[in-house]
Design a protein around this ligand. Structure first.
Ligand SMILES: Cc1cc2nc3c(=O)[nH]c(=O)nc-3n(C[C@H](O)[C@H](O)[C@H](O)COP(=O)(O)OP(=O)(O)OC[C@H]3O[C@@H](n4cnc5c(N)ncnc54)[C@H](O)[C@@H]3O)c2cc1C
Length: 435
């Protein structure tokens, strides 16, 4: 029996989730349940696994179990940029890169179809988010993109400083590239919408941590008030996966943090100027992601942090808030002091080379994890493809995911944790005045 000592806590700080109407827990695991398949984790990846299982094995009893409320992992905390080409993927050899993009686009298409079919109200916006820079290093990285976009056949719109200011109302950025067709979302609303439109045959147990498990088959999951016995097990716990004892030498837990302001008044919106909804992913190393949301808040996301106990101290939270304030003032100082209504952290799974992990861990136990800060599309796609792989469905996407480079090996703890902290702090320092 594997015991899991470090568990996710129900953290209620995500601005995306907390700004939605409150939603009661539908069901906790009580008593002993038997199923054909159990999924641990109710984020983009776990929910995508469940949907694909319902397509391929409609007669199976499938249950999802999560320690937190649905979506309260990274999925309901993400900044909402739906990405198909990460910076790491852009540098891969073209044949592998194209496979990565096919996978991520399958994720985007799947999400778009769900949103349309089920009218999920998640501020889905395809005007296109922007890659932009404020410093010289950012310019160097942005200048590499157009030839890659040309090879991939993307439609993109270069923007100079004036063009950036016309959209965002701030003169902070020197240039950018807009990618029409790449969605921005309210990530909390999308992940909850995905859970709500699952076929009725799929049961979700929220606030039910798996505290121990034994693999079979049959596999047995233990939670404080009940247990699940299942023939098949999918582990969709992303950054938490090393705490379950898997991918420990490939994935390390990495936090990043977001803040949302209160809703801007009509006068503040007019003073800001520009378009009323947009998003910027920085090209500057460790530069902030910034958005003006549909409900007229400003988002700042920056800073990464590694630790091994799933806790962020008060001192760290104060440091994060100061970083968010600094980034806000550099861009939106003309608006004066506007409070952040929400500040939160979220745990991602990351590899040294930013590659995901995807494997059969033992007989009829499967997992994929390590989506770093691009898991909305890729977590969705990898979950679906994991089911195809597990059930022997051959497809181009299965070949694409198996062809991706492996996540870099890391030494065991304490070396991995010391290395992870060192790397995170070194990366944070790169931001400088482009934070
Ligand atoms: C602040 C922030 C901003 C981000 N911005 C973006 C972005 O703009 N675009 C993008 O594509 N990605 C972004 N990401 C990354 C993205 O959110 C993740 O890659 C993605 O949500 C991962 O989804 P998932 O389903 O694999 O994992 P998660 O959503 O983390 O789900 C894993 C679930 O497993 C559960 N779990 C873990 N252990 C147990 C246990 N023992 N028992 C039961 N349940 C357990 C957790 O409670 C959790 O709900 C961001 C992440 C953060 C934190």
């Amino acid at each position: 029996m594997r015991r899991i000592r470090t568990l996710p806590e129900n953290d209620h700080n995500s601005g995306w989730l907390e700004s939605l109407p409150s939603r009661p827990v539908k069901q906790r695991l009580q008593g002993d349940v038997k199923a054909d398949c159990a999924i641990i984790g109710a984020g983009f990846c776990g929910l995508s696994i469940a949907r694909r299982l319902a397509e391929l094995r409609p007669d199976w009893k499938v249950v999802i179990i999560d320690a937190q409320k649905v979506g309260y992992g990274a999925s309901g905390r993400s900044s909402g940029f739906v990405v198909d080409l990460t910076d790491a993927a852009a540098l891969m050899p073209p044949a592998i890169r194209d496979g990565y993009v096919r996978l991520a686009r399958a994720g985007i298409d799947g999400l778009r179809n769900l949103v349309r079919e089920h009218n999920i109200d998640c501020a889905w916006d395809e005007k296109g988010w922007i890659r932009a820079y404020a410093g010289d290093k950012g310019q160097f990285y942005l200048d590499r993109l157009p030839p890659i976009y040309d090879e991939l056949g993307y439609h993109y719109e270069p923007l100079d400083a004036a063009g950036m200011e016309a959209i965002t109302g701030t003169s902070f950025y020197r240039a950018g590239i807009r990618l029409p067709g790449y969605p921005l979302i309210q990530s909390g609303a999308l992940v909850l919408g995905m859970a709500d439109c699952l076929p009725e045959s799929i049961e979700i147990f929220e606030e039910s941590p798996v505290t121990a498990f034994e693999t079979g088959p049959p596999h047995r999951l233990i939670s404080p008030r009940g247990s699940i016995e299942a023939e098949h097990l999918f582990i969709a716990t992303n950054g938490y996966t090393p705490f379950l004892g898997y991918f420990q030498s490939r994935i390390f837990p990495l936090y990043t943090f977001g803040s949302l302001t209160r809703v801007l008044t009509a006068d503040e919106q007019a003073a800001l100027g520009g378009e009323n909804e947009w998003g910027i992913l920085a090209m500057d190393p460790m530069g902030s992601s910034v958005r003006r949301t549909r409900d007229q808040r400003l988002l700042i996301r920056n800073t990464i942090y590694h630790n091994n106990n799933l806790q962020v101290s008060e001192a760290k939270n104060r440091e994060i808030l100061a970083n968010h304030r600094l980034a806000f003032e550099a861009r939106f100082g003309k608006l004066g002091a506007i409070d952040f209504e929400y500040t939160w952290g979220g745990l991602m799974g990351s590899a040294k080379n930013s590659q995901l992990s995807f494997a059969e861990l033992s007989k009829q136990v499967y997992s994929t994890a390590g989506f770093t800060a691009a898991g909305i599309a890729m977590g969705t796609a990898a979950g679906r493809v994991l089911v195809d792989f597990a059930l022997g469905e051959d497809s181009q996407l299965v070949s694409d995911i198996l062809a991706l480079p492996k996540a870099t090996w890391m030494p065991p703890n304490p070396f991995r944790s010391i290395g992870g902290s060192f790397m995170a702090e070194r990366m944070n320092r790169q931001a400088g005045d482009t934070l």
